[in-house]
Design a protein around this ligand. Structure first.
Ligand SMILES: Nc1ncnc2c1ncn2[C@@H]1O[C@H](COP(=O)(O)OP(=O)(O)O)[C@@H](O)[C@H]1O
Ligand SMILES: [Mg+2]
Length: 248
């Protein structure tokens, strides 16, 4: 049984086809990088996987269960961290547990001891145990993203999704955050799909790559198959790519 199964998924917004007849399966524990230029459909696909957006056609299954709405067993890391700046890293991480409790419980915010331990463990995984008490607002962009990853881990997800998690970071911080995300995924054998637009980072961290262009899958393969030609095909018009080639 694959961890994720996407079958003939299409998403239209009026006349715009954001995602067009996409199918793929992801085995448990695989770290997949979604590549594609702006507008290719990466965010739409991730939102469909997360149940935040309903596909116009097609189906998505996670561990054999159809995705019909927002799922608590899918963790998401966004480009912007959406942390509560006045709360500590620890408190922010702990809010990941809220997705598993009822609204009433979340209002009283009586966290279980196991959740508190999970928050500390997750902060340890992203290298922030010593900063657990630090206010999120006083942290660097890279640290905030790591707290965002910790929060997603506290959710105890079966699937981790990340939509351009390092797009707003400088190259060094971006590399660090991706490193922690990969470690976290491997430690927990967590199936992960992360969209990245930096090809060099993608090359360093991906195991499998799905390339989107105009809402369609134009590449699905491993690192060795991700040649410069393939990257050109994903990112540039053929005419443009031809020109680049002609210019040497
Ligand atoms: N809520 C929406 N309403 C209308 N069009 C949308 C909406 N979300 C995405 N689109 C369109 O769908 C296409 C894919 O967008 P998106 O998934 O955001 O791509 P990416 O994340 O790769 O940049 C784009 O043409 C975008 O304008
Ligand atoms: Mg996007």
């Amino acid at each position: 049984m694959p961890a994720v199964s996407v079958q003939n998924v299409t998403k239209r917004f009026g006349d715009t086809v954001a995602v067009e007849n996409i199918s793929f399966e992801i085995p448990e524990g695989e770290f997949v990088v979604l590549l594609g230029p702006s507008g290719a459909g990466k965010s739409t696909l991730l939102r469909i996987l997360n149940g935040l957006t309903q596909p116009t056609e097609g189906t998505v299954h996670i561990n054999d269960n159809p995705v019909t709405g927002r799922r608590s067993d899918v963790g998401m890391v966004f480009q912007m961290h959406y942390l509560v700046e006045t709360m500590s890293a620890y408190r922010n991480a702990l809010t990941g547990a809220l997705s598993r409790v009822s609204l009433v419980e979340s209002l009283t915010t009586q966290y279980e001891r196991s959740d508190k331990l999970a928050a500390l463990e997750a902060l340890d995984t992203v290298g922030l145990l010593d900063e657990a008490r630090q206010r999120a607002g006083s942290m660097s962009g890279g640290q905030k993203q790591r707290v965002g990853i910790a929060r997603a881990l506290v959710q105890r997800p079966n699937l981790l999704l990340a939509d351009e998690p390092v797009a707003s970071l400088d190259p060094k911080a971006a590399e660090e955050v991706m490193g922690y995300m990969k470690t976290a995924a491997h430690e927990r054998d967590l199936t992960t799909v992360a969209s990245l637009h930096q090809v060099n980072l993608a090359r360093e961290f991906g195991e499998r790559y799905i390339g989107l262009r105009d809402g369609q899958v134009v590449f699905d393969g491993g690192r060795d198959d991700l040649t410069m030609d393939v990257v050109d095909h994903i990112y540039y018009d053929d005419e443009e790519a031809g020109m680049v080639e002609a210019m040497g």
